[in-house]
Write a protein that binds this ligand. Structure first.
Ligand code: SF4
Length: 365
């Protein structure tokens, strides 16, 4: 079957005006809680986590309340690679994964014996949605000479077709490794990350045309203007952003790598081109520094500050507590699919582990 990737629509996705690669994007609805309700929900969540031998693993892009809850209950906040590693190593019998659905699936792929819950099944991802297995598998079959490398932001079925799973924190190192072995890469689903690793490594990369609804919205002209207003600022960019944004970056890296850069660099100000949920950890690590969202639309546009994932925003204290109380939203994966997806996922973890020894001192891989 010939694949005809859908071209993106450039109208603002987060105002629900249109679709992104043919995917309907919901409006951003963040949970709004008064102080008393917040306190009560935090207390209930802590009790439920304790009673159910559960640990909360939250992504950097989730609500600050969830990140705080994870910190206060022995849970974890990180990028998707480290979330997977932590959940795998933690002894809790239940993992509660606050993020998007593929993160819960990854936890289940690695931990079939554990109960894996997510606050809502509706929290998905434009990369995952834009790379359906029924289109991706025949695309791979058309290119049997290529090593299939898929980003973690994919379904279990897509991972099951892959040779490797990667996250943004390790994509470059794996691409270099494969290029040195002379392997040609089929990369999916983020075309900007694929373009970036091709540029950085010289690898032969054929990529699927998917994109992140958040990172594709950053605007280069507006970013240049902001940089002129803040010459003291360093620009931190996630590689899911378009090339025009990456070219303006002082640092390009995964969420963990960007947080580390915000603490390491001397600049008093940072312009950050990724989801603004990351500011919780950035401000915690460097409270005296100023963090500014990279602009996403024209100068003066009302939604210049809309750098937030509408699916990540679906996670909140209310649905987390409800999930723990009812046992709803448990992740299940067909066992044959899980076993195949595990092979490619475990390869990533083993590769990451092998890099730890020679790169001691690096905070992230
Ligand atoms: S921020 Fe982008 S890549 Fe991350 S979950 Fe949302 S849509 Fe997916």
């Amino acid at each position: 079957m010939a694949i005809q990737p859908v071209e993106m629509n450039t109208a603002c996705p987060v105002n629900n005006e249109t679709s992104h690669y043919g995917i309907e994007v919901p409006s951003i609805v963040t949970e709004s809680l008064g102080p008393e309700e917040r306190e009560a929900l935090m207390a209930r969540a802590k009790r439920l986590l304790r009673e159910q031998d559960a640990v909360l693993v939250a992504h950097y892009y989730t609500d600050a309340n969830l990140q705080q809850l994870a910190e206060e209950t022995g849970g974890y906040i990180s990028d998707s690679l480290d979330m997977a590693r932590f959940g795998h190593q933690h002894p809790a019998s239940t993992l509660v994964v606050a993020g998007v659905r593929f993160m819960g699936e990854t936890a289940k792929i690695l931990n079939p014996e554990k109960r894996v819950l997510v606050p809502t099944m509706d929290a998905t991802c434009s990369l995952d949605e834009g790379c359906p297995a029924e289109a991706f598998i025949p695309f791979c079959d058309q290119h049997p000479d290529r090593t299939v490398v898929v980003y973690a932001n994919t379904s279990a079925e897509v991972k099951a077709r892959a040779d490797w799973v990667v996250t943004s924190s390790i994509a470059l190192k794996l691409a270099k490794y494969l290029a040195e072995k002379g392997e040609k890469i089929l990369w999916a689903p983020d075309r900007h990350l694929g373009d970036w690793i091709r540029q950085q490594t010289g690898a032969d990369v054929l990529f699927w045309k998917g994109g992140c609804v958040v990172h594709e919205a950053f605007a280069a002209d507006e970013l240049r203007h902001l940089m002129q207003q803040h010459p003291e600022a360093a620009v931190l960019v996630h590689p899911e952003s378009p090339r025009s944004i990456i070219e303006l970056a002082d640092v390009v890296g995964s969420t963990t790598q960007l947080i580390e850069a915000s603490q390491r660099l001397d600049n008093p100000t940072f312009i950050v081109a990724t989801d603004n949920g990351i500011f919780y950890k950035m401000k915690q690590g460097a409270p005296d520094k100023t963090f500014i969202e990279a602009p996403t639309h024209g100068i003066g546009a009302t939604c210049q500050a809309c750098a937030h994932c509408p699916w990540m925003a679906m996670n909140g204290l209310r649905n987390l507590v409800s999930t723990l109380e009812t046992g709803a939203n448990e992740i299940h994966i067909d066992e044959a699919v899980r076993v195949r997806a595990l092979r490619a996922t475990q390869r990533m973890l083993d590769f990451a582990e092998s890099l730890r020894q020679p790169v001691l001192g690096e905070s992230d891989i």
